[in-house]
Ligand binder design. Structure first.
Ligand code: ATP
Ligand code: MG
Length: 353
């Protein structure tokens, strides 16, 4: 029997049983990650190799260095995920892998390796959209969570308000018109001399600042529409620093960090809760690296509860890139029969599909 027929047959028997142990791989940007996840909800192992030390001296991710590092780390990271789970490929039911969006060279490493594993183990292969993965991180952390809900996906490359009608039925309700929220955090952190990745460093500095010291809000964000702009607040910070330098004045960086963080968080929460109300759903979720931000988590909780909505967010370890979230999304794709063959390719910009 050829691979395609074998994988199809295996997938049919998995769907019938309703159970699957998925080996998941994620290499879309600067983390090489592998995980073993049971039935979309239980993480058995979750290994992440971060490339931060490689890219730190350049102030951002260097795509070629990212691809090379993924190539070196993909095998040991996957082997570790299996051994920490106490399993071998023989105990795995399916392989899930991020196919996009992301850096194409980085994605190709994971996709190629996953294809090799699927072929060697005669296992079904499921390609997963990284954004679907971030959203699925909520299924790992919030017991009993079921669609429909509205999820704010805020990461290094995306600021999306997504209506999750069902596990695989997503609709984009709103998005950033320019910078992603994480990108804006990183750029502001860079001009404040905090280094890369800037989000967590800016959050720490903000703790000692006055969030009302400056008003960095953008008029675009006041509109009655679901889209964001973060380039305006970022430019306001840069202009403030520039003017202060020209006048020889000193500015309190902690006040800038706290005011910038508050301006971003306020607009993210207000627009998400409004979108949830308009969509008539009673649950709001968070996803992506910026969802690790404590002010964002507490403000979204407060605002959604004040509208009588429930709130869910991933545990910290599942906010930034990881493979456990891909394993969860992979389970639901597998159960709906959405399989890929060995023709699966990396796609740097697949949208939400
Ligand atoms: N505590 C925090 N506060 C604010 N931002 C944060 C925090 N922790 C992480 N971030 C930001 O999250 C981003 C990284 O998130 P993630 O790993 O999901 O992004 P990515 O995978 O590079 O982008 P994408 O998911 O859009 O492809 C960075 O911009 C980082 O600064
Ligand atoms: Mg990500």
């Amino acid at each position: 029997m050829d691979y395609a027929s074998y994988a199809k047959e295996k997938a049919a028997s998995i769907i019938k049983s309703g159970n699957a142990t998925v080996l998941a791989i994620e290499t879309s940007c600067d983390e090489t990650a592998a995980a073993v996840v049971k039935n979309g909800r239980t993480v058995i192992s979750n290994i992440i190799h971060s490339q931060i030390p490689i890219h730190q001296k350049y102030g951002g991710v260097v795509p070629e260095l990212a691809s090379r590092s993924h190539t070196e780390r993909i095998r040991p990271v996957t082997d570790e995920a299996l051994s920490k789970a106490g399993l071998t490929l023989k105990n795995i039911d399916a392989v899930a892998v991020t196919f996009g969006p992301g850096l194409v060279g980085a994605l190709l490493t994971g996709v190629s390796y996953a294809k090799g594993l699927a072929l060697a183990g005669k296992l079904p292969l499921v390609g997963i959209n990284h954004i679907h993965g971030h959203i699925a991180a909520n299924y790992l952390s919030c017991a009993g969570l079921e669609p429909p809900f509205v999820c704010l996906v805020v990461s290094g490359g995306h600021s999306h308000i997504v209506l999750v009608r069902d596990y695989l039925d997503l609709e984009l309700l709103g998005k950033t018109r320019d910078d992603a929220a994480g990108e804006a955090f990183d750029k502001v952190a860079r001009v404040l001399g905090l280094g890369y990745p800037g989000g967590p460093k800016l959050e720490s500095l903000a703790l000692s600042g006055d969030p009302h010291a400056f008003d960095f809000h953008s008029p675009f964000n006041s509109g009655d529409h679901p889209d964001f702009s973060f380039s305006g607040p970022k430019t306001a910070v840069i202009n403030l620093l520039h003017k202060a330098k020209q006048k020889g004045e000193t500015v309190n960086f902690a006040d800038i960090a706290a005011s910038f963080q508050l301006s971003v968080v306020k607009v993210l929460c207000a627009k998400t809760v409004r979108a949830a109300k308009l969509s008539k759903v009673s649950l709001v979720a968070l996803a992506g690296g910026v969802s690790a931000n404590k002010l964002l988590r507490s403000t979204m909780l407060e605002m959604s509860e004040s509208e009588g909505m429930k709130f869910c967010c991933p545990e910290f370890e599942y906010c930034t890139d990881n493979a456990a979230m891909i394993g969860s999304a992979g389970f639901y794709a597998l159960m709906s029969g959405r399989l890929h063959g060995l023709e699966l390719n990396a796609d740097a910009n697949p949208g939400l599909k």
